[in-house]
Every structure is written in C-alpha cells, then in structure tokens.
Design a protein around this ligand. Structure first.
Ligand code: NAP
Length: 336
C-alpha cells in the first residue's frame, strides 16, 4: 500500500520532509500540500511533488478523502489545532516539535488521542532514531550498569537577534529533554538552571551559555550545557556515567587528517547535517505505522512530558539556582 500523505507547512522542514518522502523513502507519496503562503506550497509542488494538490487551508487538507496521513510542519503555534483535527478525522499524524506551545495544549492532544482509543500521533523527536543515540542506549542498557549521572552539551555556532533566553529551552534543549527520558527510561522530578557569565558574542536579550540540571525519579542527575554562540561548530555531546562504566555518544564520522604538524577532524556546523539520517529513519517509521492506520515512535505523551519539563526549565531560569519541581501525572495505558 502507498500511504497518501498531506503536508501542512511547506517551509524549511516541510520542504525537506517532502523531498525525503518523494525521493528517499518508500511506501508513501505526497498527494497534498498546504501553507499559509500558497506560493510556498506551489513552489514545493513544482519542485518536488507535481502530482500533489495544493489546498487553501490545512483543515481542508486533513478532511480530503485522498489524504491517508498528515505531516504537520507549520509554525509551532499552529500545531495543536491541526493535530486535533487529524485525530478527529482518525488519520495518523506526524507533528514536528513542539506538539503544542503549552503543556495544556499538549494535554488536550493526549486526551483526544486517548479518547480515540489508538495511537495516531508521532512527534518529530528524531534523535531517538540517530544511530549514535541508539548505540549509546544499547551500551547503557547492556554494559555500563545503572546510570548515575549524565554530562551533556548542546552547542551552536551562533543564533540570530530574535533568539531570547527561554528559546534555549523551547527550541534547543527540547531535544535533550526528550532523548534523555528515552535514553534512561526515566522521568524528571526537578529542573535547575545556572548561568555562567554571559559570553561576549551574545545578544541583549540572551543569557548564554546556561547549564540546566535535571534530576530524574531514579535519582540520576543530568547536567546539560547550552551554548548557542560557541562559534566553532554544531556540537552535541553526551556521556552517561553508570555503576560499572562510562558510555559516550559517538562523534559524527569525519576523516582524520595529519596536516601541517596537526591532527585534525572536521566538526559539523549545521544541525541539518548532524541528524540528516535520523530524519529519514523517523519518517520511514511513521510511514510503516500509518500504512496500518496507527502511529509509533515518540508519542503525544512524550510531547506532553517535554512541554511540562520545558515549562519547569523556563521557570527555573527566572529563579537561578532554585530547584523547580517537574510533575508527571499518571501515564495513560495507551502510552505504557
Ligand atoms: P519555516 O521555514 O518558517 O516554515 C513554516 C511554514 O509554515 C512557513 O511557510 C509558514 O508560512 C507556514 N505556516 C504558518 N502558519 C501556518 C498555518 N496556519 N497553516 C499552514 N502553514 C502555516 O519553519 P521550519 O524551520 O520549517 O519549522 C517548522 C516547524 O518544524 C517548527 O515547529 C520547528 O520547531 C520544527 N522544526 C523541527 C526540527 C527538528 O529538528 N525536529 C527542525 C526544524 C524545524 P509563513 O512563513 O508565511 O508564516
């Protein structure tokens, strides 16, 4: 069966996901496109999906009988309404992060999906599909013993003026928040933020870097440095310290060179290059589940827990050094 997919939001990631469905993955075809800007949707139709129909609104696209499954790739504030409409139409829905811009909004999606009685939503937390993180999880599960601490870093070369302090949580740390829950099979109980002195390259409305400390229900302490003006590259680091040993996230493959009396490995500078393969794997997983009318992978519940934790981290930014509780409500059986 070919899954007929409708893509809502044809900006950067919507275009890229359309390309991978049309040119890289198997079992699906993009048959419908919609964007706030009809011109953007038509450009993607012209370049990548000439047989797709352009719909004026996302709601019309979701309701269309020719659409089996939906990709929500529009601006974050529009995700909740589209995901709720896809659930109401009983169509599998892949939603880019964030699932919703508030924890309450994400909870409304969880409630609607639970009421529908089956998994229909996959959230775009692609790091769970990254070969490095998959290998790290295996090492932690099979070799290093029960985790005690995690040391991590998320570094970007630079960010634009519009990037303000809370975005370090909502836009940047959000991927670590999800992947560490998955990696440790654990939930968070508190969040704490500390700020070293702000770096010289930062902007007026951004305190950078910052260190977020998350403590889990099993007592693991996770320290993550977020440094979005680090200048030198896009660098994701993660080291898990366990009872019997330590496991590190592998570096992306890079040819090592001996040149001019130096030993060199190139470091990536763009996040798209770092996780390009994992986007392919996550969407192929979505297509496989959508073909049988359901969803797998990161769930609405994971999207909701990420939103709850993000809110606690942003609150922790306001009271530097204080531990802000992260409350995890009971997990519905659908997500067990
Ligand atoms: P983008 O380039 O700005 O694209 C978003 C598109 O959605 C724009 O064309 C925008 O049109 C359109 N749009 C706005 N409101 C809409 C509506 N109500 N209905 C339909 N389309 C609408 O942004 P992006 O970088 O692709 O990001 C899109 C989403 O993906 C964001 O939530 C982002 O966080 C997420 N994302 C996730 C990852 C990841 O690693 N998983 C990576 C990148 C992005 P206008 O420009 O005319 O407003």
């Amino acid at each position: 069966m070919t899954v007929r997919i409708g893509v809502i939001g044809t900006g950067k990631i919507g275009r890229d996901h359309t390309r991978r469905i049309q040119q890289v993955l198997s079992g699906a075809e993009v048959v419908a496109l919609s964007d706030y800007s009809a011109e953007a949707a038509k450009a993607v139709q012209r370049d990548l999906a000439p047989n797709a129909r352009v719909y004026e609104t996302g709601e019309e696209l979701i309701a269309a009988s020719e659409v089996d499954a939906v990709l929500v790739c529009s601006t974050g504030s529009t995700h909740e309404a589209y995901v709720l409409a896809a659930i109401a139409a009983c169509k599998p829905c892949f939603c880019e992060k964030p699932l919703a811009t508030t924890a309450e909004g994400a909870k409304r999606i969880v409630d609607a999906e639970v009421a529908s009685g089956k998994r229909l939503v996959q959230v775009g937390f692609m790091r769970r599909y990254d070969a490095g993180y998959v290998a790290l999880k295996r090492a932690v599960t099979e070799h290093t013993g029960a985790p005690i601490m995690v040391h991590a870093a998320h570094r970007n070369p630079s960010v634009p003026e519009q990037y303000v302090t809370p975005m370090a949580i909502h836009d940047t740390l959000i991927h670590e928040i999800d992947v560490f829950r998955w990696l440790l099979d654990d939930d968070y109980v508190s969040a704490r933020v500390t700020f070293p002195r702000t770096c010289a390259k930062s902007h007026a409305k951004l305190r950078d870097p910052q260190i977020v400390t998350l403590t889990t229900a099993k007592g693991v302490v996770i320290n993550t440095e977020i440094f979005v003006n680090c200048q030198y590259g896009y660098d994701i680091q993660c080291e898990v310290v366990g009872e019997a040993g330590v496991a590190r996230l592998p570096e992306p493959m890079a040819v090592q060179m001996r040149l001019g009396a130096k030993l060199q490995n190139a470091i990536l500078t763009d996040w798209k290059d770092r996780f390009v393969a994992s986007y392919d794997v996550e969407l192929q997983d979505f297509i496989k589940a959508a073909a049988v009318g359901t969803a797998s992978g990161p769930s609405s519940w994971d999207g909701y827990m990420a939103a709850v934790t993000s809110d606690a981290c942003v609150a922790a930014q306001e009271v530097e050094g204080a531990a802000i509780p992260v409350t995890s409500p009971a997990r519905p059986g659908l997500y067990s």
